[in-house]
Write a protein of this length. Structure first.
Lengths: 304, 240, 368
């Protein structure tokens, strides 16, 4: 059994007709058995990269391989041995859950029963709806079915393009739980997402923006690289707070962050100094606390 | 206190199915109000009633002081709407989009010319002024469509998942724009199922199966549900 | 083989579950044939006519009886005098009035030149001409039979002989025509839509990233539509034969094979369209504009090719439907065998291979 597939991407570039580079000299190594996250906003190049690995697009430059198979030459081998879930729901809406699964099993030359143990966890949740047309499933259910169909031939590599976009938080959580269990079965998984908070669920992540990889590493490694002192600040008047913090002498960046504003500093400053500065600007309801940076803070730091 | 939106027992039924089940809530003037719920929880239906696009089955509601049964045309004049997906015409330039939307609300040509120049300068997108919208980066598009949605100075602006999929910096620039208009007194009504968007709102309501199951500030909700994030609040509320 | 089997099964599910399209696909031939058969024909049945019989003799009676006996005419009224004709027309009671002159029989016998007057309401010139022609033919044949004189003394001197379609029935023209249009529509448009739909829904992406080979995808798409098209062929032929009395003189097997050839050619075109388009809407527009209109206008279905300008005549050669219409008309009406249509068959075969080769070449194994 070949469960040691690794993914290797070397200086891959891709641009479309409009000459805007979708991918610009991207290099990545993904180890066998890893749950790897490709994290970045829409238009960052995530889909292009996954499609190149899925042999659906040819890179303009560079080489990429899965398990040693080259994406250009060995595309047939790759196609038979990977599981791919495109960004939008791509199953037959007018076929039932059962029929979809059976169809994909057959075109991959296998039977549903053969690899049933691999999808059992997921399919059990779908089983009550197996006669229902795929088009009538909820968003979360659709994604589960798509995952089953992508897994049914026991692929060595799983490529998932934004599987949790547009899915509600509950289904999102369930989906990631499933990916965790698949990891235990040794399947190398590359998953792309625009949700920064999903980074912590991956072994390693690559942050991608405008076709370039900003950083690669485990979520903790990436966060550890964030060197600026970081504070969460809030007052009763958030809009004025943002503007006032921008003019503070030691400010590096100011970004709204939910109910707080994340203030990063160019050097360590006593919170009291900041407090008195804000009080001098007549702010009320002051709340200042030191916080640990998140992947999102790290991402923004890499962007500027 | 006068409310920008007040709903009392607002209900919408489709046959035997109750999409929105007697929701009651008030949105203060100048508030950023998050309207959350999973897909199919009834958010869209509720918002359509508030926009005057769908007639409620029962209950009452006032939007910008107008009745959702009798004064739907008035309501439409006093609200703005922006959805992440369908707000701008992709095959028009930003200028043309501004002219078109401004024209809908009856702006004169000279006013529109001046306004579009102003808006484009304000957004700092002079470089894109004559580029087709489809060729403009997503972040810019969103800022532009927000500016267009509030161009006619509505009392309330409805935003439908405004920042999904946008890069973190653009997203924050976008929220700053929202803070700014809210600060100036405009009411902002955000529907979303991205829980991290909810963290930015003054107060949020969470809809589950047609009912509002929670309504408070994100901070209080997190305390109430002993949760770290709004995402956890949502999970605790909706998971059986 | 198993893969092809499941693919075809899936395709059949798509067709069967899209009830609205299925009804259109199967109902369209029915509707079109009936429409052409009953409404849009330029043929006349039981047209109401009136007579002014000033002769009141044996010959005028016989001619009247013959007119009444034909399927074309029903005698609505007998008018006493010529002056009544105009008010009669104004009331719109009939389209044609036949006036028998006084002493018709005796003058004819004596060889004195005599005219029977045919007065038609020419507000609809086509109908008027047709009615006059029919009436002339009937009167002429009656005169020929009633007198021994081989040269009739009347001024009516037309002699028309219509081969293969002696009664000029337009049904003979439209059944092959409608069959061609329907087969083209179902085959080309439906396959091009079926393939672009998978592109639009994103399922093509998943199919590409599977061991399925492109020819298999194409064959799997095509087979259900071949079946559907053959069902339509049978329905149209049966309607033509049983409802409109259209003959099938030649071999039914040959007709079936030629139809199959045309269906596959059209499918090839459909696939070719789908390989170059990304959305169902565009595929449909191209099918309609680039296939349907030329098929209807340039195939000789409605307008005779011989009377077109030279340029259009040349262009008509690249329309597969033109050749198919020639073939099936030969088989159905003339009853000719393969030896008379091999040239046209060869042309269609050539087109088929061209389309299929082009489709396979154009079929993208990757996105964009």
């Amino acid at each position: 059994m070949n469960n040691t597939a690794n993914i290797s991407i070397k200086e891959v570039s891709k641009s479309y007709q409009d000459n805007i580079a979708a991918l610009d000299q991207v290099s990545l190594e993904i180890t066998a058995g890893e749950l790897f996250g490709l994290i970045g906003p829409d238009g960052a190049g995530k889909t292009s990269l996954i499609r190149i690995l899925a042999t659906l697009l040819l890179p303009d430059e560079g080489v990429a391989s899965l398990n040693g198979w080259d994406v250009r030459k060995d595309y047939r081998t790759i196609r038979s041995n990977i599981g791919y879930m495109p960004g939008r729901f791509s199953l037959y809406q007018d076929l039932s859950v059962e029929e979809n699964l059976h169809f994909f099993a057959t075109i991959f030359g296998t039977k549903v029963e053969e690899n049933y143990d691999l999808i059992k966890d997921i399919y059990d949740q779908l089983a009550p709806f197996k006669k229902r047309r795929a088009g009538n499933l909820s968003g979360g259910m659709k994604q589960k079915l798509a995952l089953c169909c992508a897994l049914i031939h026991k692929p060595v590599v799983l490529l998932l393009d934004e599987p949790t976009t547009g899915v509600d938080p509950v289904s999102r959580k369930e989906f990631w739980d499933m990916l965790g269990r698949l990891k235990a079965k040794g399947i190398t998984t590359l998953v792309s997402t625009p949700y920064m908070d999903e980074a912590s669920l991956c072994d390693r992540v690559a942050l991608i923006q405008k076709g370039r990889i900003l950083d690669v590493g485990s979520p903790n490694e990436i966060i550890d690289k964030y060197k600026h002192p970081l504070l969460a600040v809030r007052t009763d008047d958030m809009y004025r707070l943002i503007n006032d913090l921008r003019t503070f002498d030691f400010t590096h960046t100011v970004f709204p962050f939910g109910e707080y504003v994340h203030l990063s500093l160019i050097q360590t400053v006593w919170p009291e100094v900041i407090a008195s500065y804000l009080l001098s600007k007549e702010h009320t309801g002051l709340d200042i606390q030191a916080v640990k940076p998140t992947i999102e803070d790290a991402f923004m730091e890499l962007m500027i | 206190m006068e409310y920008a939106i007040s709903a009392n027992g607002l209900t919408k039924k489709f046959g035997a199915f109750t999409a929105v089940n007697a929701i009651t809530f008030n949105v203060k003037k100048g508030e950023i109000f998050g309207f959350l719920g999973a897909n199919g929880a009834g958010k869209t239906t509720a918002m359509r009633m508030l926009n005057g696009l769908s007639r409620p089955t029962a209950g009452e509601a006032q939007v910008a002081g107008y009745d959702v049964y009798r004064e739907t045309e008035r309501i439409k004049q006093h609200i703005g709407y922006m959805s992440q997906k369908f707000s701008l015409y992709e095959d028009l330039t930003p200028k043309e989009n501004i002219h078109f939307y401004g024209g809908i609300y009856g702006g004169s040509l000279s006013f529109l010319k001046q306004k579009s120049k102003e808006l484009i300068t304000e957004l700092g997108m002079e470089a894109y002024a004559n580029t087709l919208v489809k060729n403009i980066p997503l972040g810019w598009k969103q800022k532009l469509s927000f500016s267009i949605a509030i161009m006619h100075q509505p009392a309330i602006v409805f935003l439908d998942e405004p920042t999904g999929g946008v890069d973190p910096i653009t997203r924050r620039q976008f929220w700053e724009m929202i803070y700014k208009v809210a600060n100036e007194g405009m009411t902002v009504f955000v529907t979303t199922h991205y829980m991290d968007e909810a963290e930015y709102c003054d107060r949020v309501s969470i809809m589950v199966d047609g009912r509002i199951e929670a309504l408070d500030s994100p901070g209080n909700l997190k305390k109430q549900f002993k949760a770290e994030t709004m995402n956890d609040v949502f999970l605790k509320l909706t998971r059986p | 083989m198993k893969q092809l089997g499941i693919f075809i099964k899936k395709e059949i599910y798509h067709i069967l579950r899209d009830k609205r399209t299925l009804v259109i696909l199967l109902g369209m031939p029915l509707a079109l044939v009936l429409l052409f058969g009953f409404a849009i024909t330029n043929e006349i049945n039981n047209a109401r006519i009136a007579l002014v019989d000033l002769a009141q003799d044996e010959l005028s009676q016989e001619i009247s009886a013959r007119l009444a006996a034909s399927d074309y005419f029903t005698i609505e009224d007998q008018l006493p005098q010529v002056a009544d004709i105009e008010p009669h027309f104004q009331k719109g009671k009939s389209k044609l009035v036949v006036v028998f002159p006084e002493q018709l029989q005796s003058n004819t016998r004596r060889g004195i030149p005599t005219s029977i007057q045919l007065i038609a309401d020419a507000t609809d010139p086509n109908t008027a001409t047709t009615l006059i022609n029919y009436a002339q033919a009937i009167i002429y044949s009656e005169l020929q039979e009633s007198t021994d004189n081989p040269k009739p003394p009347l001024h009516i001197q037309t002699e028309v002989k219509m081969l293969y379609n002696p009664r000029l029935k337009s049904v003979y023209m439209f059944v092959p025509g409608v069959m061609t249009v329907i087969l083209m529509l179902v085959s080309a448009m439906m396959t091009s839509i079926a393939i672009t739909r998978e592109k639009e829904l994103g399922t093509m992406e998943v199919l590409l990233v599977s061991p399925l080979r492109p020819p298999l995808i194409v064959i799997g798409k095509v087979i259900p539509y071949i079946l559907l098209s053959l069902i339509n062929t049978a329905v149209i032929l049966m309607l033509g034969t049983f409802v409109f009395g259209m003959p099938v003189e030649g071999s039914l097997a040959l007709l079936g094979l030629e139809s199959l050839l045309f269906v596959v050619t059209s499918l090839g075109l459909g696939i070719l369209i789908s390989t170059r388009t990304e959305s169902q809407q565009v595929a449909m527009l191209i099918s309609l504009m680039a296939l349907m209109l030329p098929t209807i206008l340039l195939s000789g279905f409605i307008f005779p090719i011989e009377s077109m300008p030279k340029l259009l005549q040349i262009i008509s050669n690249i329309i597969p439907a033109k050749w198919f219409i020639i073939i099936i008309k030969n088989i159905m009406l003339k009853g000719t065998g393969f030896e008379f249509v091999w040239k046209e068959t060869l042309i269609l075969l050539g087109m088929m291979f061209l389309f299929i080769a082009a489709s396979v070449r154009n079929f993208k194994i990757r996105l964009a």
